[in-house]
Structure formats: structure tokens, C-alpha cells
Design a protein. Structure first.
Ligand code: C5P
Length: 224
């Protein structure tokens, strides 16, 4: 069977999560937030007190990870359950993001998570959000998108999100953290962050979410 896939890759804070969720809803397709899988692994690793370079332990953990994605029937929210515990919110911290990008640099860890990610490809279709969706995991996807924004704009959005949650943060520090994670994701030897061949390049710095969604839908319609 030919199951259509749209991949959305790009750095953190470019709006991939929101855009992917809207696209999946509009199309009535499944959604893969692959970053959440790396974050869940990172959280489990922190719980186990594994070092970020302890590849042996991390590969074993990745292979046996007990994670479930529970989509609420009415609401758009997907609950992420690690070993029976709802970690939807706890995987969103900076500490977890940082650990995620470290464990994600290990080749065998990525390998161990491949099948789990590919299992999301089911009828009627899939929107896959991440760093290597179009370059590695769903290489044969019909429509590939690279969504980015300037580091300053991504930091500004992150700052806004944190303020809304009542969490104080400094813009300068956020920019530094974003640049550090970008650098690690872009320069790693396996599955580095880069635009897949033939992908639509979208810079969301000065675009609204609706404008980004429209551009992608138009591009995808021509491809599917
Ligand atoms: O997208 P998100 O910020 O949730 O991803 C967290 C981290 O997981 C990223 O910084 C990246 O290192 C890693 N990741 C990855 N490959 C993906 C998705 C996320 O390496 N497909």
C-alpha cells in the first residue's frame, strides 16, 4: 500500500510542532512528534542517572522503552506516557531537551528508535515532525518540508511560551541555548539536521502559523 507521508524537519522553535499538529488535524492523518520520543528517552535516562555518553545503557533503554502516545478523542492534545506515568509536561523542560540532543547524537540509539518511528506510518497518512524525517526515517516521503526561523525569533517565541506558563527566562540565555542545541543537531555525524533533497524551504521568521500551514498544504497538494 502507498501511505502518504509529509515530513517537517527543522530546528527547535521554528513552529514545527504547532504546524504539524494543524496539518494532521486538517488532513485527518496520524502525527509523529519524533522529538518527543528522544525527550522521553532522555527523561528515562535522567531517572536512571545514565551519563549522556553511556551508549550501551542508552541503547538498551531505547530498545525497551515503554512509551505510549494516547490521543484524546475530543481535544487535540496527545498524552505521552512513560512506564504508566504521564510525562507530557515534564519532557518539555530545557534540561530534558539538552539531554535529548546529547543521546540523539549516538548512532545506535537512533537505530534502536527507527522501527518505533516507522510504525506511525499508517493509513490514511502521516505528518512526521523532527530533524531527520525526510532524510532518514521516511526517505521515500511524498512531500518534504524544511521549516526554520532565525535563532532570535525562535528564542522570542520560546520566551513568550515560558512567560505564559509563568516561568521567568532571559532572552540572551535562550538564544545561547538554542544556538548550542542547533550546533549539536547540525554537526553530529549521524542524521544531522539538514534539508532533505527536494524539500520545500519555509522560513517562518516573518510568517504567521496560518501562512506556513497554507504554504505547506499547497506544496503537498501538488505532490500527493
Ligand atoms: O523537536 P524537539 O525539540 O522535541 O527535539 C528534542 C531533541 O531530539 C532535538 O534537539 C534533537 O537532538 C533530537 N531529535 C532528533 N531527531 C528527531 C527529533 C528530535 O535527533 N527526528
Amino acid at each position: 500500500t502507498n501511505i502518504p507521508v509529509i515530513t517537517i524537519d527543522g530546528p527547535g522553535g521554528a513552529g514545527k510542532g504547532t504546524v504539524s499538529q494543524i496539518l494532521a488535524e486538517k488532513l485527518g492523518w496520524h502525527l509523529l512528534d519524533s522529538g518527543a520520543i528522544y525527550r522521553v528517552l532522555a527523561l528515562a535516562a535522567i531517572h536512571h542517572r545514565f551519563a549522556p555518553d553511556d551508549e550501551e545503557s542508552l541503547v538498551a533503554l531505547a530498545s525497551n522503552l515503554d512509551v505510549k502516545f494516547e490521543v484524546e478523542a475530543e481535544k487535540a492534545l496527545t498524552h505521552i506516557i512513560l512506564e504508566g506515568e504521564d510525562v507530557t509536561m515534564t519532557i518539555r523542560t530545557q534540561q530534558v531537551a539538552d539531554m535529548a540532543s546529547k543521546v540523539a547524537a549516538l548512532p545506535r540509539v537512533r537505530e534502536a528508535l527507527l522501527r518505533r518511528q516507522r510504525a506511525f506510518k499508517e493509513l490514511p497518512g502521516l505528518v512526521a515532525d523532527g530533524r531527520d524525517m525526510g532524510t532518514v526515517v521516511f526517505k521515500d516521503a511524498a512531500a518534504k518540508v524544511y521549516l526554520t526561523a532565525s535563532a532570535e525569533e525562535r528564542a522570542r517565541r520560546r520566551h513568550q511560551q515560558l512567560l505564559e506558563k509563568g516561568i521567568p527566562a532571559k532572552i540572551d540565555q535562550l538564544i545561547a541555548e538554542i544556538q548550542e542545541r542547533d550546533e549539536r543537531d547540525t554537526n553530529r555525524s549521524v542524521a544531522p539536521l539538514k534539508a532533505a533533497e527536494g524539500s520545500l524551504f519555509v522560513d517562518s521568521t516573518t510568517l504567521t502559523i496560518a501562512e506556513v500551514v497554507d504554504q505547506i498544504l499547497e506544496f503537498a497538494h501538488g505532490k500527493l
